[in-house]
Design a protein around this ligand. Structure first.
Ligand SMILES: [Zn+2]
Length: 161
């Protein structure tokens, strides 16, 4: 059996914008703040896509979805994630599990955890018990500690039978 691991790390700035949806893991989190980015800025899906691309020996999502391309403005990040899964599949791999850690003081993830897990299981086409979803803070240290943004670290294992 051929198994490989990959990691993805992403950060986006948090801004005050009631009109812009705040998306984490493909789920809209209600509130007055949003993540800033050229796409929909879903920090979790970006970290996950990069982990999948990394594991399957590809470059990062910026190569496939340039932030200079107007076609990618406010792009639904599930499109990015699906592209990474397709590139992985082309090389004969399937996703075994994903472990995800969100980093920041806000938004609070706990109330939305189940919904995010359901959405991720659907997008990744794996069982929910193959997805780890955690959140941590930086103990108020640095930019993330001042709620200036949100970070996400994702690790995946892929395998070829
Ligand atoms: Zn991103």
């Amino acid at each position: 059996m051929d198994i490989r691991t990959g990691t993805g790390l992403d950060f986006h700035r948090l801004i005050d914008d009631e009109a812009r949806p705040l998306l984490i893991g493909g789920v809209e989190i209600p509130g007055k703040r949003a993540l800033l980015g050229h796409s929909d800025a879903d920090v979790l899906l970006h970290a996950l896509a990069d982990a999948i691309l990394g594991a399957s020996g590809h470059s990062d999502i910026g190569i496939y979805f340039s932030d200079k391309d107007q076609a990618n403005k406010n792009l639904d990040s599930s499109v990015i994630l699906k592209k990474s899964l397709a590139l992985m599949s082309e090389r004969g791999y399937r996703l075994s599990n994903a472990d995800i850690t969100l980093i920041g003081e806000e938004p609070r993830i706990a109330p939305h955890r189940e919904k995010i897990l359901e959405r991720l299981a659907d997008l990744l086409a794996i069982a929910q018990d193959r997805i780890g979803l955690k959140a941590t803070t930086t103990e108020k240290m640095g930019a993330l500690g001042r709620s200036e943004g949100v970070g996400c670290l994702a690790t995946v294992l892929i395998q070829k039978d």
